[in-house]
Design a protein around this ligand. Structure first.
Ligand code: SAJ
Length: 432
């Protein structure tokens, strides 16, 4: 019977997971190497914004079912939920193809931090999104340095999170979960642990299949967003509104085209396809091309801005929305930030506003704390993200702009209303 759990990494996944176990009868140690995160949590605050999380964290800290620390402690089950970013430098294959590789340093150090505490009968779960074979080729050999054998003396499995930021507390419980063991008993031990709170189906498989399913899910989405983005680039060639065309095409019972936009961000979809590509470059032309299409979408937006403004030097741009997607405070790999930074290098005076950005996020000096400050005397209103609070913005609130021009990259505004108010309106993907 697993009574104590140590969750290593208290980020977007680790903190909600630790909280979930703690509020379902386990005694949990939450570990993070960042002292400032531990201090914030011990003050009853949280360092991430996720609906429903703060109250739950507070509750389990007060009743002491969750304790947070910078040190791993001996427990029955260890969960590794640390980041697996990609290395920012480009690698180049013998054929001259540039690609990106996962940076596994946090997974390696998390596995090493378990070493002094690993006991016979323990369970270790890797949750971090990882390249195929990480569990058996990287984590298993590290843990076996203890002399204990995985699958025999202790149990080892891979179980990816699949929750959507913004809905984590709901999806952790309700989503189906896959658990891939290094052998069958490891997978069954994993199921015993997650059954504590998971109501969705728990599917058992081997570790490498579980790693691949996670990467395939996000790659599927990346490729489909790339298709929508490519369609958006065809609108001027054919004189259509791509949003209208997609809406009509999606009435076909077996078609579900996603939304175009300024690019794909976040720590998952823009990163995970590279984890497949890095180990199979010659066999992944479709995945590779999708990454290129989505990665070049910010440049497509910059070109649109050039078409609207002509000469960019000195132009004042009010940019709204910097997070990687609506209603989250996550700015990792955000295409909006890439666009703002490109426009700054091209000589624009860009002022940006995002209701979710705080000093903690460490964004650039282009960040302002109100819409009023960014729109004053602006030549262009550039809508980069459809946060809920932007949907209710109406054109009368933008009278202090120098030129009444709006470029909407997300189909967020009711542009007819803006046009009637005297704005020149441009919608990404609409050339009608
Ligand atoms: N995006 C578009 N068009 C769309 C949908 C999304 O441009 O039609 C953009 C978003 O603006 C954002 C990016 O794609 O920049 C990714 O957003 P997302 O909402 O599609 O996905 P994530 O990254 O927030 O979460 C994904 C989810 N995976 C799938 O939907 C297959 C989630 O279930 C995973 O748990 C998460 O990745 C993860 O952690 O891997």
């Amino acid at each position: 019977m697993i009574k104590t759990v140590c969750v290593i990494g208290l980020g977007y996944i680790g903190l909600p997971t630790a909280t979930m176990f703690a509020s379902h009868g386990k005694k949990v140690i939450g570990v993070d190497i960042r002292q400032e995160v531990i201090d914030i949590l011990n003050k009853g605050e949280i360092h991430i914004n996720e609906p429903g999380l703060k109250e739950r964290v507070k509750h389990v800290l007060v009743n002491k079912s969750l304790e947070v620390s910078t040190n791993v402690k001996p427990v029955d089950a260890f969960i590794i939920a640390v980041p697996t970013p990609f290395q920012h430098e480009n690698f180049v294959s013998d054929e001259g193809i540039a690609y990106k590789k996962a940076d596994m340093k946090f997974v390696i150090s998390a596995a090493e931090s378990i070493l002094p505490h690993l006991q016979p009968g323990n369970l270790v779960i890797l949750e971090s999104t990882s390249p195929p074979r990480t569990t058996i080729d990287i984590v298993k050999p590290i843990l076996e340095q203890t002399g204990l054998i995985a699958g025999k003396d202790f149990y080892l499995a891979y179980s990816p999170e699949r929750v959507l930021p913004g809905k984590i507390m709901f999806e952790l419980i309700e989503n189906a979960r896959v658990i891939g063991g290094v052998n069958e008993i490891s997978a069954r031990k994993g199921k015993e642990l997650y059954s504590t709170f998971v109501k969705g189906e728990i599917v058992l498989t081997d570790a490498t299949t579980a790693e691949m399913t996670k990467l395939m899910e996000n790659t599927y989405r990346d490729v489909n967003i790339a298709l929508a983005n490519e369609f958006s680039r065809l609108s001027s060639r054919f004189g259509i509104n791509v949003w209208e065309a997609i809406e009509i095409a999606n009435r076909h019972p077996r078609v579900e085209i996603l939304n175009p936009g300024p690019g794909v961000g976040g720590h998952c979809i823009s990163v995970d396809p590279w984890f497949i590509i890095e180990s199979a470059l010659e066999d992944t032309p479709l995945i590779y091309t999708a990454r290129q299409v989505n990665d070049s979408q910010p440049e497509f937006v910059v070109e649109l801005v050039k078409q609207v403004l002509g000469e960019l030097q000195g132009k004042k741009i009010a940019a709204l929305g910097l997070a990687y997607k609506p209603n989250v405070d996550d700015f990792r790999e955000s295409p909006s930030i890439e666009i703002v930074e490109k426009l700054l290098t091209l000589g624009c005076d860009v002022r940006a506003y995002d209701p979710f950005a705080t000093a903690f996020h460490g964004l650039g000096s282009y960040l302002y704390s109100s819409i009023e400050e960014v729109i004053d005397q602006a030549d262009l209103l550039l809508l980069l993200l459809d946060h809920s609070e932007f949907k209710s913005l109406s054109p009368e609130m933008f009278d202090s702009m120098k030129n009444k021009t709006v470029l909407d990259t997300r189909n967020c505004f009711d542009l007819k209303k803006w046009q009637d108010y005297g704005f020149e309106v441009v919608l990404l993907g609409d050339s009608k």
